[in-house]
Design a protein around this ligand. Structure first.
Ligand code: ADQ
Length: 476
């Protein structure tokens, strides 16, 4: 979707009663075919989740535009005021690629790769968080609700509270919150907890994460536990609870009902050689997503003769991600080597058992892929939620298809009718893939109906509505 150009924009200003603070603005700069510049809604979990809510609330969104030293004047776009925060090239390296993605991301995801600790990265994290807090303090009206998003901005709640004690401050963590044993490794564990405790409400994807947070708060700060979901610090109550994120179901269903999407899905199957089974993985190219384990299972199924490239094709979409962080470069090399190995070993002229696509797609193309696939393979080693699993379910308006889902994804708490797996157990993963491929149609339908009911009943509007109600002390 192309958003209105910012050229002749109205200015933000005036004070917003709802403010979202996130690392990224929900738009990317694009060059149109006629040579003019504009903005386009960005792909990604957070953006997919929040954009519809913000449009309805007419709020302000504070974030970085995605390239160094760029901060256009505030502009109005698609029903929101967008306020850009500028980051220098060095801050991107230290605050974003460094502290956020190489220091925090690993311990919050089970230390699948080791964390890196550098004091200059921390200094940049503190400085940049304060810049976001100052921007929010400026646009928020008296008593406004400010909703801070995710691990890049964990210090903002306390920094903002010090600047604007009148605000209601919420924080939502999109990724897992680790157990105390892992969190304890962080040299700045006390400061991070103090930062988060500046919020009135801290939301997590899963109950266990909220429990970890409350335990750790009492370990490293003067916070005192007063109930199963609350601590008191400096005379203030801080509530921690689970708010499992969801998606804009209507958007996905509308695309899935469109004849052109369905025709595209049929064409995709033909282009794949009309195999009996199409399996699909769609992930950011991230070591948390379990792509290597999945490839190993697929390779063994081919070697064992349980699947043949004539009757089954695996399509793995791996969205380019964090390409300047070392661990991500190494992962890409590894995956591409393995895909080449599997196709070299098991392919024939005219058949490839794996189609690997290192690219970003627009929403209609992605939904067409979901409709073309018999099995969605969603097997992260650790994932806050995983919206792809829910998007696949939302797209299956025909009540067909099955989902192989890791129990380590937050989505496993809601999609209990998926074929649940431990992705570290390669034999279990192989068995789950076969079970999903050979699931009788009636069983597919029963499970898909139940998963679709879950996703339709709890969509992103409800997720945001419940969080905001709770922040206003109107928890259900
Ligand atoms: P992510 O780790 O990015 O998000 P996910 O929840 O799967 O993971 O969201 C990815 C989003 O990007 C989905 O909406 C998907 O459709 C889209 N996408 C993926 N590949 C794409 C491609 N090639 N082209 C276009 N779009 C693509 C973080 C956490 C998750 C949590 C979300 C939301 O890590 O656990 O679910 O935030 O809270």
């Amino acid at each position: 979707m192309t958003l209105h150009s910012m050229a002749s924009s109205e200015s933000a200003g005036g004070g917003s009663s709802v403010v979202v603070v996130a690392n990224r603005l929900p738009v990317d700069r694009v060059r149109h075919s006629d040579g003019t510049d504009g903005w386009k809604r960005s792909p990604g979990g957070l953006v997919s989740a929040l954009a519809p809510v913000m449009r309805k609330q007419d709020g302000s969104w504070i974030g970085w535009v995605g390239s160094p030293d760029e901060a256009p004047e505030p502009f109005h776009s698609d029903g929101m005021d967008l306020v850009a925060v500028s980051l220098s090239a060095e801050e991107i390296e230290h605050y974003y690629e460094g502290f956020s993605n190489a220091t925090l991301w690993p311990p919050y995801h089970d230390v699948i790769v080791p964390a890196e600790f550098h004091r200059e990265w921390w200094d940049a994290y503190v400085r940049v968080n304060r810049r976001f807090a100052a921007a929010a303090a400026e646009v928020a009206s008296e008593g406004a609700i400010v909703w801070v998003q995710d691990y890049q901005l964990q210090l903002v709640p306390m920094q903002l509270r010090e600047m604007r004690p009148d605000l209601k401050i919420g924080f939502f963590l999109h990724i897992p919150f680790p157990p105390g044993e892992l969190f304890a490794q962080l040299p700045w564990r006390r400061q991070i907890m103090q930062g988060l405790l500046g919020a009135d409400l801290v939301g997590f994807q899963r109950e266990g994460a909220a429990g970890n947070f409350l335990d750790i708060a009492t370990r490293y700060t003067p916070a005192r536990r007063v109930s199963s979901s609350q601590v008191v610090i400096d005379g203030r109550r801080v509530t921690a609870a689970a708010f499992p994120i969801s998606l804009d179901v209507d958007e996905v269903e509308t695309l899935a009902s469109d004849e052109s999407t369905q025709a595209r899905a049929a064409a995709m199957r033909e282009e794949l050689g009309s195999p009996q089974h199409v399996l699909l993985g769609v992930d950011r190219l991230d070591y948390t997503k379990g792509i290597r384990h999945r490839l190993k299972a697929w390779s063994e199924l081919l070697a064992d003769g349980d699947v043949t490239p004539q009757d089954a094709v695996f399509v793995q979409v791996a969205t380019p991600s964090r390409e300047r962080v070392d661990a991500y470069q190494a992962l890409r090399d590894e995956i591409e080597l393995e895909v080449g190995h599997i196709n070299g070993e098991h392919g024939t002229i005219g058949t490839s058992p794996i189609h690997y696509l290192h690219s970003t797609y627009d929403r209609p193309e992605l939904v067409a892929m979901f409709l073309a696939a018999d099995v969605a393979v969603v097997t992260p080693l650790r994932d806050g939620m995983n919206l792809v699993a829910k998007e696949y379910v939302a797209a299956r308006i025909d009540n067909r298809g099955s989902v192989v889902l890791s129990e380590f994804a937050g989505a496993a708490d809601q999609l209990t009718d998926a074929v649940l797996v431990n992705p570290h157990d390669i034999d279990g993963l192989k068995a789950a893939l076969l079970e999903a491929m050979h699931m009788p149609e009636r069983e597919q339908e029963r499970r898909m109906r139940s998963m679709r009911n879950q996703v339709k009943n709890y969509d992103v509007a409800r997720w945001a509505g419940e969080f905001i109600a709770c922040l206003r002390d109107e928890c259900q």
